[in-house]
Design a binder for this molecule. Sequence first.
Ligand code: KG4
Ligand code: ZN
Length: 333
Amino acid sequence: MTTILAIESSCDDTSAAVLRDDKLLSNVIASQKVHEQYGGVVPELASRAHEQNIIPVVDGAVRQAGIGKEEIDAVAFTRGPGLMGSLMVGVSFAKSFAQALGRPLIEVNHLQAHVLSHFIRQEGVGTPRFPFICLLVSGGHTQILLLHSHFEMEILGQTIDDAAGEAIDKAAKIMDLGYPGGPIIDRLAKEGDADAFRFATPQIAGYDYSFSGIKTSFLYFLRDRLKEDPDFIENHKADLCASVQKTIVSFLLKKVERAALDHKVRQVAIAGGVSANSLLRSELQRICEKHHWQAFIPPFKFCTDNAAMVGIAGYFKYLKGDFADISLPPYTR
Ligand code: KG4
Ligand code: ZN
């Protein structure tokens, strides 16, 4: 039996989790509200908030797990990618904590962790079998991955510019809806007509994506409509949210479906912050049912940034004896 303490601090969530093998004992997340008023993450404020949060969050995770610190076998941490100042806080804390306990360190890649969250044991839910396809969609990344094993992730396609979450957040910002825009658009879209407006998606080869054009066409479309009706956004908010959400989700899933067909894969997963989107979840389910594929949709608590996913990635590395040197610096990309 292996007990892992995991730490995540790559962006604006400070999180710590304790896992016993693949079973989650605790997962504490302190989300930083300070960025809302700025309409985006302010790196300097994020690292300061991590510094304030890290000790209470780790302490909370250990207490909620009901274990003593001496029971921890290894400390896993997100090494990157992320914001340098944010990563520094988690990385330095993990190193000192592991050294104080005399336990090994495990470095984890944040993106791999998002994907591996599907392997956290859950009552009544199976885990994917290899090979499977995973659409990784977050505020910083959009990739279609073909997983051959836990750590062999072949990138079939990815965005050539903005990430899907970034495009959704920018659309929300254009409409002045608040930050982060993803959950707000998701909520408002439920009241709207997804076919009210059409936004063109770019023709782009293979399994790659591009989202900057969608954002621009959304901006120009609104600029023209606002000339005729200054209250256009207010009067059509739900329809706009539903339409832009449908545009992005359809574009995402069309390529995922193609990739699964081409690679004869019958299991498809989603991961990352945008996998919390209700349309993405229901549409993936619908496509998988149509083809008699199995869909893997993470519970909400594992979609956005959390340390539980870092812990499961750390557990698989622990089993391989893949430990990190204390001198390893964080990386941003
Ligand atoms: O994975 P994550 O927490 O952080 C990164 O590693 O980037 O993802 C954050 C992204 C943001 O763009 C946020 O707007 C988006 O996930 N997001 C959503 C929803 N919940 C979070 N996008 C659409 N619908 C949601 N319900
Ligand atoms: Zn993330």
